[in-house]
Design a binder for this molecule. Structure first.
Ligand SMILES: Cc1cc2nc3c(=O)[nH]c(=O)nc-3n(C[C@H](O)[C@H](O)[C@H](O)COP(=O)(O)O)c2cc1C
Length: 299
């Protein structure tokens, strides 16, 4: 019986432990968690969701206070559509969050940024452009494009000097979504360095409806692998969603996945940003406690 450690993820010149800790927004996948994954030779994610708040918490900046002061006339208004993000401050907060994390990195692993397209910040294109390019400026090893189709995101980074050497990947849940992405980015002559396939058990920002139970991760991984083979594209595939034990991971690694992305399993780690009380609830929970709903603030 093989073990996870018998496998390695080859990403360009990097040979990595084939475990990626999935991005968990608003500092659930903290810098500490991502750095520990990298120290141990794998890949960890930080997230840029609510990066102003995260920066204030980590570095005592006052981004939120300043913005609240500026928009105080709108505080009681439930319509927040007039709120605009100052792009300079967004860049500053992102560079701080990413840059300080990268400065602290030790070991042979990598730290990536999870970047959700559906986080539109009332200015989808401009804010996304700033988020992506500021993260590259600040030395992030790679970016995982998630929660959305990201049809324009490669284009938004194409002028950056690190566009061709940073590790850039995409999360999809179907061959169709990957085809769309590849078609839209073909003119840039730049393939993703990795493709993460989230099956229905990954929860969150997926394309599945309430018929999610009819889909299964192994089948989708097989379909995407077949598609890439037909197209003669050699892109590492990462399986995600419901992978909990070493045996689960080895099953995917044995069947052609180059790595696994795991998140829930790490939510009870010391380094995870969830409050201790919530971590205890995770310990206590059984399968019967799981409720599936269609609510996700980021699509
Ligand atoms: C608490 C939590 C928060 C998450 N937040 C994000 C997020 O902000 N962006 C994203 O792309 N995926 C997010 N995910 C999905 C994970 O990155 C990962 O792909 C998925 O959870 C893998 O399935 P698993 O939790 O069964 O291991 C989140 C998952 C969890 C458990």
């Amino acid at each position: 019986m093989k073990r996870v450690d018998d496998f390695r993820l080859q990403l360009g010149k990097n040979e990595l432990v084939p475990i990626i800790i999935g991005g968990m927004g608003v500092d659930i996948s903290t810098a500490e968690l991502a750095l520990e994954a990298a120290r141990l030779g794998g890949i960890g994610h930080i997230s840029d969701a609510l990066v102003h708040d995260v920066s204030d918490r980590r570095f005592d900046t006052e981004f939120v206070k300043e913005k609240t002061k500026f928009y105080k006339h709108n505080i009681d208004n439930s319509d927040k559509s007039i709120i605009q993000f100052d792009l300079g401050k967004l860049a500053e907060a992102t560079r701080l969050h990413v840059g300080r994390t990268m400065d602290a990195k030790r070991g042979n692993g990598l730290v990536f940024l999870n970047c959700m397209e559906k986080l539109t910040m009332n200015g989808p294109r401009e804010t996304l452009q700033v988020r992506l390019n500021s993260a590259l400026d600040a030395g992030i090893d790679g970016i995982t494009l998630s929660a959305g189709l990201h049809l324009g995101s490669f284009g938004l980074m194409a002028e950056h000097k690190r566009f061709r050497d940073a590790k850039l990947g995409i999360i999809v849940s179907s061959v169709r979504a990957l085809q769309l992405f590849l078609r839209k980015t073909a003119r840039l002559n730049r393939l993703p360095d990795f493709v993460i396939i989230e099956g229905p058990l990954a929860g969150g920002h997926l394309g599945f409806g309430m018929d999610w139970a009819q889909y299964d991760l192994a089948t989708i991984v097989g379909e995407v692998a077949q598609f890439l083979k037909t197209e003669q594209l050699n892109i590492p595939l990462v399986a995600a969603g419901g992978i909990f034990t070493g045996t689960d991971a080895v099953n995917f690694l044995n069947n052609g996945a180059a790595a696994v992305q795991v998140a829930t399993r790490f939510t009870i780690a010391n380094e995870c940003g969830l409050p201790d009380k919530v971590k205890q609830e995770y310990f206590k929970a059984s399968e019967d406690d799981i409720i599936v709903n269609g609510v996700s603030p980021t699509g």
